[in-house]
Design a protein around this ligand. Structure first.
Ligand code: PMT
Length: 402
């Protein structure tokens, strides 16, 4: 069921008595972490109100193809592209027939034609209607086109008959929906990733920072989400869009970053790619500092140590698998290995930032990962996206072994 986490499901509700089970289905899907948008046919609305499904899904229900207001908010093509899965429950005999013919005369049938996502139907109808050769022919046609069928089940029906045609229960449908998705390397794992620089204020207009752009940390967050993880990305001030399906928390200073990371705990794996300021001004001037003739041309700033976020989290009782980064301009591997020991890490990624084509604010990177046994694994120069995917696969492997 962890495979449903952050998956985007369009739930189509057709006009059958089993529509009452769709309300429970929305809840189950959301309980397992899926995001659900509901599309109802005209018939579906006769059995259950859009308001119920809106309340349960947390989003307005999509009803009409030609509704300008709804199209302006999220048009049918956008909805079709948004979906990771289109699940129609209940799918009536009529809806199956229309889908088999490629009819597109309402929002739901149009959306099915427009989507590239897998489509699954949960048939629900009277046993005689299910057994009818027309329905069976439509079933064959739909299956041949790659549309999946969940059920129907057998049992007593709302009309008093007994036989095939009952819609599966909400939990069975949620499980079948989960089976549509592959298990990623990190499915079910929570990754906490830090990225970007921190800013340490001197006065209301000036601060101390560094050259980190956040690109490496954001690429790691994207790769981890692709691998199925739940990702919390705590980032200093950067100008990057949030990767898909990643929970982003923006912070400014090292102390803010520590507080945000502690609030996001527990996690399974921590990857600290942020370039955190080791020191901050002891006192932040309440007003803009003026040139002071008594100090000549100089200005002395008294600095104090910032907390070490990585070492703090690595020292907790609920310590995650800890991966640090070491940005160095000399003695790269030696200094990185020392940080691995001093901060009690599982792995450290050594990053040569003396080379401008890799490291800070570059598109590419090239790194070595060092483990507790001092083994070095080299990742040659490539885009940060490529390096991130390779690192995530490597970290996932080592995490499983640990
Ligand atoms: O953001 P980009 O422009 O893409 O650049 C990527 C990067 C060069 C910033 C990144 O790849 C990198 O090397 N990040 C770590 C930079 C760094 O600050 O390293 P460090 O050697 O100072 O710190 C060692 C580790 O301790 C790091 O994991 C750091 O996040 C962590 N740390 C450091 C100080 C502190 N107070 N708290 C920490 O958690």
């Amino acid at each position: 069921m962890q495979r449903l986490y952050r998956k985007r499901i369009v739930l189509g509700v057709g006009g059958g008595i089993a529509a009452y089970k769709s309300a429970e289905l929305v809840r189950r899907l959301r309980d397992h972490g899926a995001e659900v948008r509901v599309v109802m046919t005209q018939g579906g609305r006769e059995f259950i109100t859009p308001l119920t499904l809106q309340a349960l899904s947390g989003h307005p229900v999509h009803l009409d193809l030609l509704d300008p207001a709804a199209e302006a908010a999220m048009g049918h093509i956008e909805l079709a592209r948004w979906a990771d899965l289109v699940l129609i429950a209940p799918a009536t005999a009529d809806l199956m027939a229309r889908l088999a013919q490629g009819v597109a005369d309402d929002l739901l049938t149009t959306l099915v034609l427009a989507t590239n996502a897998p489509v699954a139907l949960a048939p629900a109808m009277n046993q005689a209607m299910w057994a009818d050769p027309a329905t069976q022919a439509n079933r064959e046609l739909l299956l041949a086109r790659g549309i999946r069928l969940f059920g129907p089940g057998s049992g007593s029906q709302a009309c008093g008959d007994i036989g095939m045609g009952r819609m599966l229960e909400a939990e069975e449908l949620a499980r079948a929906a989960a089976d549509c998705f592959e298990t990623g390397l990190l499915t079910g794992k929570h990754l906490l990733i830090t990225a970007g620089p921190t800013q340490e204020n001197i006065d209301p207009v000036r601060y101390i920072t560094n050259h980190s752009s956040g690109k490496m940390g954001f690429a790691l967050a994207e790769a981890a989400a692709e691998a199925g993880a739940r990702v919390t990305l705590v980032t200093g001030p950067v100008f990057l869009p949030t990767p898909d399906r990643v929970q982003r928390i923006d912070v400014v200073s090292a102390r803010d970053m520590l507080a945000a990371c502690e609030a996001a705990m527990p996690c399974d794996i921590l990857i600290a790619a942020a370039a955190v300021a080791d020191y901050r001004p002891e006192v932040v001037a309440p007003h803009k500092l003026k040139k002071d003739p008594s100090t000549g041309d100089g200005l002395l700033l008294q600095m104090v140590r910032n907390p070490d976020i990585l070492a703090t989290l690595a020292g907790r009782a609920d310590r995650p698998f800890c991966v640090g980064f070491a940005a160095e301009t000399e003695n790269l591997l030696e200094y990185a290995a020392r940080k691995l020991r001093d901060k009690n890490l599982d792995l450290i990624v050594a990053n040569d930032v003396a080379n401008p084509s890799i490291g800070f604010n570059s598109e590419d990177n090239a790194v070595s990962v060092i483990d507790r046994q001092q083994h070095e694994t080299r990742f040659g120069q490539a885009s940060k996206g490529h390096i991130a995917r390779a690192l995530v696969a490597f970290i996932a492997e080592r995490y499983k072994e640990s």
